[in-house]
Design a protein around this ligand. Structure first.
Ligand SMILES: NC(=O)c1ccc[n+]([C@@H]2O[C@H](COP(=O)([O-])OP(=O)(O)OC[C@H]3O[C@@H](n4cnc5c(N)ncnc54)[C@H](OP(=O)(O)O)[C@@H]3O)[C@@H](O)[C@H]2O)c1
Length: 245
C-alpha cells in the first residue's frame, strides 16, 4: 500500500473478547476496521459504536467463518466500503473441553468447523486479497505448550494455526505481507471464564508469574505490533501469556 492510504483491517470475532479489544485497538491505531461476528449483533454494533465515538471508522459484518460464500462476501463488503484490505486478524474461535475418553465427536466437528475450516477460509481469502504492506494474524493458544488435560481437541484445532502461518508466509514471498500467529494464555473473556468455578479461575490466573489473567487489551497490544510496525516478524508464533508454564 502507499503511504497516504488508510490501512483497513478485518477482525473476525470482533464483537467480543480478544477480537473486540483488537478491533478497538487497531481503530485507535488509525485503521478502518471491519468487525466480523457470528450472531451477536448487539455486541458487534456496540464495537462499531465505540470505535465511531472515538473518531474511528468501522462497520459490522455478520459472517459464519465456516461458510465459504459468506467469507468471500465479508471481504467484498470490506473492499466496497473501505477500498481494500491490509490486515486480517482471525480471532473467531470456540472452545469445548472434555477428556478424550468422553469426547463428543460433534464437539470435535464444531470446533474444527470454526477453528480450522473457518480460519483456513478467512486466511485463504486473505492471501488472495491483502494488499502489499499488509499482515495476517491467526490465533493459537498457549495450551499447545501447556498440554492441559481436557484441552486435546481444542488445542489440536488451534495448533493448526501454528502450522498454517509460517507456510503462508513463504507462499506470500515477494508480496510484502507478513503472516504470524498469536498464542494467548488464559485471558479474561467469555471463552475462558464460562463454565469455570472461582477456584479454577484463581488457580489458572496463578499459573503465570504476573499472577493474573491476561486481559484482552494485553493481547491486542501484541496484535497491534504485528499489524503495524513489526515488519520483520514473519512466520512466527508469539506466545502472549505473562510467562505461563
Ligand atoms: N480467552 C482465552 O483464554 C484464549 C486463550 C488462547 C486463545 N484464545 C483464542 O483467542 C481467540 C478469541 O477468543 P476469545 O476468548 O476472545 O473468545 P470469545 O470472547 O468467546 O469471542 C469469540 C468471538 O468469535 C466469534 N465467533 C465464534 N464462532 C464464529 C463463527 N463461526 N464465525 C464467525 N465468528 C465466530 C464470536 O462472535 P459472536 O459474538 O457473534 O458470537 C465472538 O466474536 C479465539 O481464537 C480463541 O481460541 C483465547
Amino acid at each position: 500500500m502507499t503511504e497516504n492510504m488508510q490501512r483497513v483491517a478485518i477482525v473476525t470475532g470482533g464483537s467480543r473478547g480478544i477480537g473486540r479489544a483488537v478491533a478497538e485497538r487497531l481503530a485507535a491505531d488509525g485503521q478502518a476496521v471491519v468487525v466480523a461476528y457470528a450472531s451477536n449483533q448487539t455486541e458487534a454494533d456496540a464495537a462499531v459504536a465505540a470505535i465511531s465515538s472515538s473518531g474511528g471508522q468501522s462497520i459490522a459484518v455478520r459472517v459464519d467463518v465456516g461458510d465459504e460464500q459468506a467469507v468471500a462476501a465479508l471481504y467484498a463488503a470490506a473492499e466496497e466500503r473501505f477500498g481494500g484490505v491490509d490486515v486480517v486478524v482471525n480471532a473467531a474461535g470456540i472452545m469445548l473441553l472434555s477428556p478424550l475418553a468422553s469426547l463428543d465427536v460433534d464437539d470435535l466437528d464444531r470446533m474444527y468447523r470454526t477453528n480450522i475450516r473457518g480460519a483456513f477460509l478467512v486466511t485463504r481469502e486473505a492471501v488472495r486479497r491483502v494488499r502489499p504492506g499488509g499482515a495476517i494474524i491467526n490465533f493459537s493458544t498457549s495450551v499447545t505448550r501447556l498440554s492441559l488435560p481436557t484441552y486435546s481437541a481444542y488445542a489440536a484445532s488451534k495448533a493448526a494455526m501454528e502450522a498454517l502461518s509460517p507456510i503462508i508466509a513463504k507462499e506470500l514471498k515477494g508480496r510484502d505481507i507478513t503472516a504470524n500467529t498469536v498464542a494467548p494464555g488464559p485471558t479474561a473473556t467469555a471463552l475462558f471464564l464460562d463454565g469455570k468455578d472461582e477456584e479454577t479461575i484463581t488457580r489458572m490466573a496463578g499459573m503465570n508469574p504476573m499472577n493474573r489473567l491476561g486481559r484482552p487489551e494485553d493481547i491486542a497490544e501484541v496484535v497491534s505490533f504485528l499489524a503495524g510496525p513489526a515488519r520483520w516478524i514473519n512466520g512466527q508464533t508469539v506466545f502472549a501469556n505473562g510467562g505461563v508454564a
